[in-house]
Design a protein around this ligand. Structure first.
Ligand code: IPM
Ligand code: MN
Length: 360
């Protein structure tokens, strides 16, 4: 019996709508398994800029640190995307949040739900059975390296890619351990034929390999990995890489599953951990009750598994999602020839399935 506290950061766009469904599901699981939980809401992104002028305010940081884990919806608003003069942007809040919470490992599982294979633009026989975990380093590399900026005349710009041995070791340790808990295969993705940081990554990984003798480790250049991910997605089990490569490869990998609306993520940190869908704030759908809440709901499954050490609860949520897909209780992005359900209808259905599971 657990009693846990969640920091709830709904964010912008469809964030609040999908978060409401996720919380219904967390409530249903807690009722079913006899846990209790409480929530503290906080602002992040455009809504935080509008309210207090800061995309990641101090109060939000404290709320996150005071909780057992963070649930995060999405952030971003066209208001800022289309304004090159904006001094503060919602995305800065995300980077600040990752850095200050020490969220160094971003786990993005990619798999194809049974019966969903045809949603992928790739051939069904290629994606069937694909099931891999992308581990993206999240608090270093090009995103955070200093110096970053422009020359005085404005005509030269620079970013810096820096990785320390410690940063590389801690993400690789997590990736090796994940591989041990799965199919024992690790692909280290880099550009060691060109980049010094990549050569350090490869060296450190090779030094660590003997400690994980049960894991089959391979090294792959990022350009080759980009090709292989869609050519032969079933090749991969755990894939680990640096921040920018991981950003790009995980968007690409999402194509395998066929729907961005089904992909959750977990960000594991030194101070806490955070769970969010990989899709964005989808402003065109905000307030319309049409967005797919399943990625957010699946993120709560990862919350139970990774933050609360409760794998059975996580499995229960995943089963409920699979059941909703089979029953075609889905939003318009997945409805084909069947009526589309609303965001809240899908949330209600999944929560009810969990509550009534034993009657089945
Ligand atoms: C992601 C996003 C972010 C990133 C942006 C919004 C800063 O693309 O979470 O993948 O690049 O990390
Ligand atoms: Mn991205």
């Amino acid at each position: 019996k657990m009693n846990f506290k969640l920091a709830v950061l709904a964010g912008d766009g469809i964030g609040p709508e999908i978060m409401a469904q996720a919380l219904k599901v967390v409530q249903a699981v807690c009722t079913r398994f006899g846990h209790e939980f409480s929530c503290e809401e906080a602002l992040v992104g455009a809504c935080a800029i509008d309210a207090v002028g800061d995309p990641y305010p101090k109060e939000t940081h404290h709320t996150c640190l005071n909780a057992d884990a963070v649930l995060f919806g999405a952030l971003g608003s066209p208001k800022y995307d289309n304004n090159p003069n904006a001094k503060v942007r919602p995305e800065q809040g995300l980077l600040k949040m990752r850095k200050s919470l020490g969220l160094y490992a971003n786990l993005r599982p990619v798999s194809v739900f049974e019966g969903m294979e045809h949603h992928s633009p790739l051939k069904e026989e290629r994606v069937r059975g694909a099931d891999f975990m992308c581990v993206r380093e999240l608090t270093s590399g090009l995103y955070f390296g200093k110096p970053q900026g422009r020359s005085e005349d404005g005509n030269t710009a620079y970013d810096t890619c820096i990785y320390t041995r410690e940063e590389i070791e801690r993400i690789l340790k997590l990736a090796f351990e994940l591989a041990q808990s799965r199919r024992k295969k690790l692909t280290v993705v880099d550009k060691a034929n060109v980049l010094a940081t990549s050569r350090l990554w490869r060296q450190v990984a090779q030094e660590m390999e003997p400690r994980y003798a049960d894991v089959e480790t391979e090294y792959m250049f990022v350009d080759n990995a980009a090709m292989k991910l869609i050519q032969n997605p079933t090749h991969f089990d755990v894939l680990v890489t640096e921040n920018l490569f991981g950003d790009i490869l995980t968007d690409e990998a999402s194509v395998v599953s066929g729907s961005l609306g089904l992909l959750p993520s977990a960000s594991i940190g030194v101070h806490t951990s955070l769970f969010e869908p990989i899709h964005g704030s989808y402003p065109q759908a905000a307030g319309k009750n049409i967005a797919n809440p399943l990625a957010m709901i699946l993120s709560t499954a990862m919350l139970f598994e990774y933050a609360l050490d409760a794998p059975e609860e996580g499995r229960c949520i995943r089963e409920a999602v699979q059941a909703s897909l089979e029953a075609k209780v889905v939003t318009e992005d997945l409805a084909e020839g069947t009526p589309a359900y609303s965001t809240s209808d899908v949330g209600d259905w999944v929560a009810r399935w969990i509550a009534k599971k034993e009657e089945r």
